[in-house]
Design a protein around this ligand. Sequence first.
Ligand code: ADP
Ligand code: MG
Length: 626
Amino acid sequence: MAVKEFQAEAKRLLDLMINSIYTHKEIFLRELISNASDAIDKIYYKALTDDSVTFNKDDYYIKVAVDKDNRLLKVSDTGIGMTKEEFEENLGVIAKSGSLSFKKENEIKDGYDIIGQFGVGFYSAFMVSDVVTVISKAFGSHEAYKWESKGAEGYTIEPYVREVTGTEVILKIKENTEDENFERFLDEYELKSIIKKYSDFIRYPIKMDITRKRPKENNKEEFEEYTEEQIVNSMVPIWKKNKNELSKEDYESFYFEKRYGFDKPVKHIHISAEGTISYKAVLFIPEKIPFDYYTKEYEKGLELYSNGVLIMNRCADLLPDYFSFVKGMVDSEDLSLNISREMLQHDRQLKLIAKNIKAKIKSELENLLKNEREKYEEFYKSFGRQLKYGIYSDFGMNKDVLQDLLMFYSSKEKKLVTLDEYVSRMPEEQKYIYYASGESIEKIEKMPQTELVADKGYEILYFTDDIDEFAVRILINYKDKEFKSVSSGDLGIETDETKDASDTDNNKKEMFEQMKSILSDKVKDVRASKRLKTHPVCLANEGEVTIEMEKILKSIPNNPEIKADKILEININHDVFKALQGTYETDKDKFKLYTNVLYNQALLIEGLPIEDPIEFTNNICKIMQE
Ligand code: ADP
Ligand code: MG
């Protein structure tokens, strides 16, 4: 019998499959089942459009069967079948299925990467088998044919005897190799779990003969094996069900089955969109941070289905980075099974879906915040940082999406509050949204810089995440109220004492000048403080880089030294100031000593390292010995 050659492109794909080192070889079964399902779809369509054809639901199914002794795996369907011509057209060339036609020669080498992500079709059977046989009888035809191929050499077609319409694909499963277990594709339970994993929601029944054991009739001590035909797929996916039919538990068990996470999600979102774009999605907002979430290893993305068939495990394009914690799946009838990663990236439908999903997640998070505050806070403790990164990245493009989802600890409420809550209770004369940065709530609580603002009765937001100040740098303001660090030069607060302080006499001015020159380039200025009440000194800062930023930047390896412009502020109403003044007039050495000690104290309060701890402690000792 004449062996026909594959069309050049088909041969290339075939080579790729035969030599595939791709680890998820099991996806071949998904491909064969999806072809079978397509074939049944076609006959179903005929029945819908042609009165002479009746579609009896029970007659249409897919069957997966194993013949272990002969190493055969069969996937059969009662679908539309193929004529001799269709065999040639469909299995000898790469027809419309497109994963390769647009790929250039050099890109093919990394093709195995694509295999797991997209439908690659019928040829994937060659990843696991030496010989592939397809027997088919087309709908309305009187003849059946057998197509067979051992791979690269080509294929044969010959007449065959088959009574019923439909197709049977028979794979001669490869022998095990050193690093590949092919025999598992002959194991009922393995096959069942592969079907569950990839094809659970195919809408026709997938039947399998499952071997089971039962006690023998006449001797209950002994067991006998028997086979039972089971439908192994659930057929109606949760996302195609009506929301009203589903309970919270249904969603939770789906979340768990899918291994989206091991926690209980704080929220599920079930979308059923119709109109210009139609798709269904079930999304989850997890409660707990996955262990690798804030690492490079974490990959965002949603599962992507094309009409019930899984085409991609993690479609990253469906989620913006700032919502990368969202888990779930999207099913759209408008997407082709055989779509490559780069085609997907430019797919208009997919972009629209992504946009839609983004808006939906945002509004659901807002609802959660409004209606289930505690749950939102749980969520926020896990993923709030990601939202703040979202504000910071992309040049602040996502400000509007995210700013109302932010929360910060409030000095007044002693809990997390939103920016809207903060602004709405600001007294009329309060100009700024005040914040204080530090390592922890406890530390910020003791910061001298907060004294004046707190004394005024103004609320202060505590920034304890390293990203906070950077995010606010991008936000700049919220509802026209500018953010202001309590450590910044001008706090916009006038008090009687601050007036006093600004009226410092010449004598003080000179003294501060002296202090500045003693501290040389360590501080930009020395001033009488407007913000201190009970503390003797603190550091304030001017300019772009804040002290908190300096600390963060310091902790990043290989970062060039970036320093905040620091101002040493002295509380002129404090007894320490009087002591300092005394030394200024009588003892220049002591004055120098006091200045250095005060500066180092201010550094310590800020959590900044002091340059020479030994000198500092020696200085303290000197003072104690007086
Ligand atoms: P695709 O499914 O994307 O078209 P495949 O490589 O999976 O690409 O299949 C190629 C073609 O072979 C199908 O389009 C279909 O026409 C035909 N085919 C494959 N399997 C079957 C089947 N079980 N019944 C009928 N036709 C089939
Ligand atoms: Mg296919």
